[in-house]
Ligand binder design. Structure first.
Ligand SMILES: CC(C)(COP(=O)(O)OP(=O)(O)OC[C@H]1O[C@@H](n2cnc3c(N)ncnc32)[C@H](O)[C@@H]1OP(=O)(O)O)[C@@H](O)C(=O)NCCC(=O)NCCS
Length: 140
């Protein structure tokens, strides 16, 4: 899926964590999302993964914080993620207000959370959030 995103020019940001020998032990990817069919300069976080042996050391947290800083510098307005509510809340994401934003991808039990980068990121923003087409591979 990440390869498809890259090939299709849809990888907004990919960030890796490496061990002392340069081996990749963590990865976070961000790609554009469309809200009510429009590019609103929001991106989606997926996937986020850390190698089993390196978990619970704050690597994912560091990857996400570093990426949010970069996305902010690039001028993106906000980030969505679908996943575990408690986990992403611990990273500073908040649940999308019901009725404002919703998403049908990745199953129905995953929460939709957001992290706003621009102060007015939520002004006049509502509707269906859609990740790029390669994410539909996950649902096949
Ligand atoms: C989820 C994942 C990326 C976390 O990576 P990590 O480097 O271990 O996470 P961190 O060490 O940065 O943890 C960040 C916070 O989340 C908490 N946390 C970590 N793993 C957790 C888990 N499985 N369940 C609940 N909370 C968790 C940590 O306690 C930490 O909070 P704290 O700093 O207040 O203690 C990693 O477990 C993973 O790759 N899982 C498989 C892929 C996956 O599920 N990705 C998420 C898709 S929605």
């Amino acid at each position: 899926m990440v390869q498809r995103l890259r090939e299709d020019g849809l990888l907004t940001l990919g960030i890796v964590a490496t061990d002392s020998e340069g081996g990749v032990v963590g990865y976070a990817a961000f790609s554009p999302v469309w809200i009510e069919g429009e590019d609103c300069q929001w991106v989606g976080l997926a996937p986020l993964a850390v190698d089993d042996e390196f978990r619970r050391q704050g690597i994912a947290r560091q990857l996400v914080y570093e990426a949010l800083d970069m996305l902010n510098e690039f001028g993106y307005r906000g980030v969505v993620v679908r996943g575990d509510l408690a986990y992403y809340a611990a990273l500073g994401f908040v649940p999308a207000a019901q009725g404002q934003l919703h998403c049908h991808q990745f199953g129905t039990d995953a929460a939709l959370l957001i992290f706003t980068l621009a102060e007015d990121a939520l002004t006049d923003l509502c509707g269906l959030v859609e990740y790029a087409e390669p994410f539909n591979l996950l649902m096949d």
